[in-house]
Design a protein around this ligand. Structure first.
Ligand code: CMP
Length: 134
């Protein structure tokens, strides 16, 4: 067990449906601490850079359109094993496979409009935190 930091994005579908408070409440109830926050709208260029690893995927252009469609709330989160703990709390990428009680089971609309993002490794958490909190 170690204290870690991870990067979360509350995505456009959740911001549009006034779910920021509900999602932050779940994060805090699960023992994770929000230590920085920024609300912003991604440019096409920033969204493409953030999701560069998916650039050859068939869903890439749709993902970029969606992620730039409205504001997002970016959170820097800290806690014991924060990376895995937050991924557990988010649930599977595809909400139809997500466990009950997870953010995506509760709120996601589809595999694309899945309400939240969370870093998957320590290395990516560092890269993603630097991307938004310079
Ligand atoms: P995220 O965890 O932010 O990482 C990449 C994102 O691409 C993912 O959440 C979804 O929003 C989206 N995504 C992943 N797989 C698919 C898919 N098969 N079809 C459409 N969008 C997807």
């Amino acid at each position: 067990m170690s204290t870690q930091q991870t990067l979360s994005i509350i995505k456009p579908d959740a911001v549009e449906r006034n779910l920021i408070g509900s999602i932050i409440s779940l994060i805090e109830k699960n023992g994770l601490k929000i230590i920085e926050a920024r609300m912003l709208q991604l440019s096409k260029e920033d969204a493409e850079n953030f999701y560069l690893i998916h650039k050859d995927k068939p869903f890439f252009s749709s993902l970029i359109n969606y992620m730039t469609s409205n504001k997002i709330l970016v959170l820097k989160i800290e806690g014991e094993n924060a990376i895995d703990e937050y991924r557990k709390l988010m649930g599977s990428t595809d909400p139809s496979n997500a466990d009950s009680g997870t953010i995506r089971k509760l709120f996601a609309e589809s595999i694309e409009r899945n309400s939240v993002h969370g870093s998957d490794t320590i290395e990516n958490a560092n890269i993603e935190i630097k991307f938004f909190f310079r």
